[in-house]
Design a protein around this ligand. Structure first.
Ligand code: UD1
Length: 417
């Protein structure tokens, strides 16, 4: 069982480099299924979500090779995956659906899994593909889709990131023009569109609510450098804010982090944008109110780390979670360290400003795991963070090592407990 021993750390200081974005890399790797030529993705983080997707891509008949930090995906003859259980383990596995369907005219996939932060249905993915002409059949936990795709106008009831990505990829090889309305606007959508355009696709409007895709005959190979991870960058900035630190997060892009940076500034920390990244200095002191929303709103993936920042602030902060229905599981764990948090419906009321005490806590999902690691830095004495499902390594490359390079006392004590 993966566990971490974290000791109280008064001040983080120094510089740390952020990895490429998990949420950009996963769809981009899936896009490798759209071409028979190799797609080479640079700086692919060493995280288990990537390993899992690569094994699903191999299962889909792709030739996948990692060489240092670069990964190449080459799919001469893509097919549906044989092993349904791999798909259950990774939410982003659903991103193979659009590419396989577009390439071959049929796809059969298991329902995806991932963090237990909400129901996470795939109805918008399926309805969108139906609008492009796919027939959808349910077979127990499997979905069989078939049909040659034709461009169409698709309206998403919610600006789902995954559905926008799946439809954008499928539409690149559809016959005619597809318009996705109420599309997600996340930076990772723009990054995927840029990669697809480098592969020969014709996509405009990515990053706005209306994305237009003109279908092409085929896509070719490309070499692509994904954007940096705004959630990892944000997590490291929060780590500095809860330890009264002075940290430069190299590679962090302020234009992707506006909502977080404004909120952190409201708490009293100093934020400085530099050509190489973002520097945070000082301690969070003033309480705040925040509401998670689709981009450019405050990211739901930063909600758990920001809850820990609220524990540092003197007074009551209010945190509204509007994207996922079950994303406050870290609140119970934080109270084991003495945190005063009350959750009512989708609002957490956090009474911060009193010291936390070290204890034993359990990671319940990816971002909650990282948040608990930050809480361990704040807490007096020692904290054991148990992560039996390996959530932290699913999404963060070397998080303990990165924190250690800033002076944190964190070590992985895998299998010793
Ligand atoms: C992506 C991110 C995840 C982030 C989330 C929201 C990846 C690999 N993961 O997840 O880190 O937390 O965006 O920013 O990029 N929904 C439906 N029907 C659907 C699809 C989604 O109702 O068919 C709902 C979801 O239950 C959720 C909301 O839409 O309430 C947003 O989900 P979505 O944007 O699709 O998240 P993911 O793409 O799964």
């Amino acid at each position: 069982m993966a566990s971490y021993l974290i000791r109280h750390t008064p001040k983080l200081s120094g510089e740390v480099e952020v990895s490429a974005a998990k949420n950009a890399v996963l769809p981009i790797l899936a896009a490798g299924l759209l071409s028979e030529d190799p797609l080479i993705v640079k700086d692919v983080p060493r995280i288990t979500d990537v390993d899992m997707l690569l094994s699903i891509l191999r299962d889909c008949g792709a030739h996948v090779q990692r060489s240092g930090m670069d990964v190449s995906v080459c799919a001469m003859h893509p097919q549906s995956p044989d092993h349904e259980e791999n798909m259950r383990r990774l939410r982003a596995s659903i991103l193979i659906l659009g590419p396989i369907l577009a390439r071959t005219g049929s796809a059969c996939v298991g329902l995806p899994g991932g963090c237990a932060i909400g129901q996470r249905p795939i109805d918008l993915h399926l309805r969108g593909l139906q609008a492009l002409g796919a027939q959808v059949h349910a077979m127990g936990g499997m979905r069989q889709l078939s049909g040659r795709l034709t461009g169409a106008r698709v309206y998403l009831d919610l600006p789902s990131v995954g559905a926008t990505e799946n439809l954008m990829m499928a539409a690149t090889l559809a016959c005619g023009v597809t318009v996705i309305e109420n599309a997600a606007k996340e930076p990772e959508i723009i990054d995927l569109a840029n990669c697809l355009n480098q592969m020969g696709a014709s996509i405009t409007g990515a990053g706005t609510g209306t994305i237009i895709i003109r279908g092409v005959e085929r896509l070719h190979g490309a070499v692509y450098q994904p954007i940096s991870d705004r959630v990892e960058a944000g997590t490291l900035l929060c780590a500095a804010a809860v330890t009264d630190g002075s940290v430069l997060v190299r590679g962090a892009r302020a234009e992707h982090l506006r909502s977080l940076l404004f909120k952190l500034q409201e708490t009293g920390v100093g934020i400085r944008e530099t050509p190489s990244g973002i520097r945070l200095t000082g301690s969070a002191v003033a309480p705040f109110e925040v509401r998670t929303l689709a981009y450019p709103g405050f990211p739901t993936d930063m909600q758990a780390p920001m809850t820990v920042v609220a524990l540092k602030c003197r007074g009551r902060s209010l945190i509204h979670e509007t994207v996922f229905e079950n994303r406050f599981m870290h609140a119970t764990e934080l109270s084991r360290l003495g945190a005063r948090i009350r959750v009512e419906n989708n609002v957490a009321m956090v009474d911060g400003g009193t010291p936390l005490e070290g204890g034993v806590v359990k990671s319940t999902d990816l971002r909650a795991g990282a948040a608990l690691m930050l809480a361990g830095l704040m807490a007096e004495g020692e904290t054991i963070l148990q992560d039996p499902a390996g959530h932290i390594e699913r999404g963060y490359q070397d998080l303990p090592e990165k924190l250690r390079s800033l002076g944190a006392d964190v070590e992985k004590i895998e299998d010793r407990l």
